[in-house]
Design a protein around this ligand. Structure first.
Ligand code: HMG
Ligand code: MG
Length: 297
């Protein structure tokens, strides 16, 4: 039984741009974000409060947040640690995403801590955020495969997610960081997660390295997931996950869902225009099928 509606969580301004070597001017990012909202995006990762020494592209996070909280949209920012959350507290943003890898090696490469050390730091911060009435999302990286450790056990993902559920998160975004999952693995993990944690919002985050993101999304949908992190233009990738390509392209996912009769509320013409805003500033071609067929460029 497929749902009538699905939610797109647009991650283009964050995941989509963080791997882009050339600095995208802050004003362009703001127009991009605004045009995504015009296209009907209701939840979006705007930027991340990480160290600009590690990811210089996100160095303008405070400026982005200062100008982009408008609209009838859940505006989410990423923060990996106490310093990041302190920076969030200096803004009016009310939705935060923490991120932790199931794989220790990946977590160390990404945020310079073991998974256990990261948990020890962020779980109390989550309680504090909830006490202050923030929306909290936990992004679970390397939930299928790790570029360093290989296949990840489902039980380990379930256990880590359980820690976040206990801490009171509103949402889990469970990620195939390097795009190695296959549809049966997507179906299996998401079935178990939904069964184990029915009271949190469950979101699937697929990178498209091996062109299986759409298939994995369909499998997750069949397992009961109705929320998908996607990136306009299929941009994205994690700088600390070698071999990670972009996210599932928002326009291809919206096209598939709408063709299946599942409403997303996203206007594909306006989404195409939003991608045309960012396209001249991106160093690689936009490869999504929908964009290639429909862009005027
Ligand atoms: P570190 O070097 O271990 O940090 O980096 P530290 O705690 O030792 O502090 C060193 C300096 O950094 C200090 O400044 C801190 O104040 C500063 P100094 O005293 O030298 O002047 N610092 C910060 N500055 C700004 N914002 C902060 C912050 N924290 C410390 N939040 C750190 C640790 C976590 C900061 C670093 O490793 C980092 O920034 N990592 C971010 C990596 C990243 O952005 N990865 C991509 C996002 S996750 C992702 O893409 C996966 C996802 O899409 C899901 C999926 O696909 O898997 C979500
Ligand atoms: Mg990602």
């Amino acid at each position: 039984q497929l749902p009538e509606k699905a939610k797109i969580i647009e991650v283009g301004p964050r995941d989509g741009l963080q791997n882009e070597k050339n600095f995208v001017p802050t004003e362009v990012k703001k127009v991009f974000i605004g045009s995504l909202k015009d296209a009907g995006i209701k939840e979006m990762e705007l930027t991340s409060f990480v160290s600009p020494k590690w990811v210089s592209q996100m160095g303008d996070a405070a400026e982005i947040v200062a100008d982009c909280l408008d609209g009838n949209t859940r505006n989410i920012v990423l923060a990996p640690n106490k310093k990041g959350i302190e920076r969030v507290y200096m803004t009016n943003c009310k939705a935060v995403a923490v991120f932790v890898g199931v794989s220790n090696t990946f977590n160390q490469k990404n945020i310079n801590k073991t998974t256990a050390e990261s948990l020890a730091e962020v779980l109390p911060l989550i309680s504090e955020l909830k006490a202050k009435d923030y929306f909290v999302r936990a992004c679970i990286s390397t939930a299928f495969y790790c570029p360093y450790e290989g296949k990840i056990a489902e039980d380990d993902v379930l256990a880590l997610c359980g820690e976040f559920v206990k801490a009171g998160v509103d949402e889990l975004s469970v990620a195939d960081t390097i795009g190695m999952a296959a549809p049966h693995e997507s179906y299996s993990l998401f079935s178990r997660l939904i069964d184990a944690y029915p009271d949190v919002l469950m979101t699937a985050h697929f990178h498209d390295t091996r062109k299986l993101a759409l298939s994995n999304i369909l499998s997750a949908l069949q397992a009961g997931v109705t929320r998908f992190d996607t990136s306009a233009g299929g941009l994205g990738g994690c700088p600390f996950a070698p071999g990670a390509a972009g996210n599932a392209a928002t326009e291809d996912v919206v096209y598939m869902l709408e063709r299946m009769g599942i409403k997303t509320g996203v206007d594909l013409d306006k989404l195409t225009q939003a991608i045309e805003v960012i396209q001249p500033h991106i160093s690689r071609p936009i490869e999504s099928s929908y964009f290639k067929l429909n862009s005027v460029n």
